[in-house]
Design a protein around this ligand. Structure first.
Ligand SMILES: [Zn+2]
Length: 239
C-alpha cells in the first residue's frame, strides 16, 4: 500500500481511539452525577417532610387552644345547670353540653391523629438522615475511584496524541494539511475503507473512474461523493 495512505490510515485510527475515550469519561462523570442527584432527592424529601412536621405541629397547637376553649365552655355550661328552673331550660342546656363534649372528644382525636403523623414523619426523616450519610460516603468513595479512572483515560489520550504528533511529523506536509482539512469536518472518519465499491463514510457507490484509481494504489484518492480519503479494504482486495 502507498506509504502516504498508510500513515493517514494510522492517523485516522489514532483519532478513532481518542474519540472512543470521550464517552468513557462522560460515563464515569454521569455515574457521579446520578449518585449526587440521588442524594439531592433524599435531601429534598427530608426538607419537605420537615415542613410537614412544622405545619402539623402548628395544627396541634391550634387544636390545643381550641380544646382549652371547649373545656372552659363546658365548665360554664355545668355552672349554668345549677341555676335552671324549667325542664325546657334543662333540655336546652343538655343539648349544649352534649355538643361541647362531642367537640372535645373530636378535638382530642384530632390532636392524637396529628401527633401520630408528627411521630411518623420524624421517624422517616431520621431514616433519611442516615441514608444521606450513607449515600454521601458512597459518593465520596466513588469520586475517588472515578477521578483516578478519568485521570488514567486522560493520560491515555495524551499518550495517543504524542504518537499522533510523532506520526504527523513523518507525513508529507502538504498531504497533512489536506488530511486535516477533511478531519475538520469528518472527525474520526476522515479516512474510510471501501467495500463492494461503496465508501464507508457516506455509503455511496464510487464511480468507475475513482474506483480504478483506488485499485492502482499510486496516490491518495478521495470519495467522489463526500470527499473523504478512501482505501480498499484488505479483505476485499483480492476480488
Ligand atoms: Zn464517501
Amino acid at each position: 500500500m502507498n506509504k502516504n495512505l498508510e500513515q493517514l490510515i494510522e492517523l485516522s485510527k489514532l483519532n478513532q481511539q481518542i474519540d472512543e475515550i470521550g464517552p468513557q469519561i462522560k460515563a464515569h462523570e454521569h455515574k457521579l452525577e446520578k449518585k449526587a442527584s440521588q442524594i439531592e432527592g433524599i435531601k429534598l424529601d427530608f426538607e419537605r417532610t420537615k415542613q410537614t412536621i412544622a405545619d402539623t405541629q402548628i395544627s396541634v397547637k391550634t387544636n390545643n387552644t381550641h380544646l382549652k376553649e371547649l373545656n372552659k365552655k363546658l365548665k360554664e355550661i355545668t355552672k349554668k345547670t345549677n341555676k335552671l328552673k324549667t325542664q325546657k331550660e334543662v333540655n336546652a342546656v343538655q343539648i349544649e353540653e352534649d355538643i361541647a363534649r362531642q367537640s372535645i372528644s373530636f378535638t382530642n382525636d384530632e390532636i392524637e391523629r396529628l401527633q401520630n403523623i408528627v411521630q411518623l414523619k420524624k421517624t422517616q426523616n431520621k431514616e433519611r438522615q442516615e441514608k444521606i450519610k450513607e449515600e454521601k460516603k458512597l459518593h465520596d468513595d466513588m469520586t475517588k475511584v472515578v477521578k483516578l479512572e478519568i485521570k488514567e483515560l486522560n493520560a491515555k489520550i495524551d499518550e495517543i496524541n504524542k504518537v499522533k504528533s510523532t506520526l504527523s511529523q513523518k507525513v508529507d506536509a502538504k498531504l497533512l494539511v489536506f488530511y486535516e482539512s477533511i478531519e475538520n469536518w469528518a472527525k474520526e472518519t476522515a479516512v474510510v475503507k471501501v467495500r463492494n465499491k461503496a465508501c464507508y463514510g457516506c455509503f455511496m457507490k464510487l464511480d468507475n473512474k475513482t474506483y480504478s484509481m483506488l485499485k492502482l494504489e499510486n496516490e491518495v484518492v478521495n470519495c467522489d461523493n463526500c470527499g473523504r480519503i478512501i482505501y480498499l479494504d484488505d479483505e476485499k482486495k483480492l476480488d
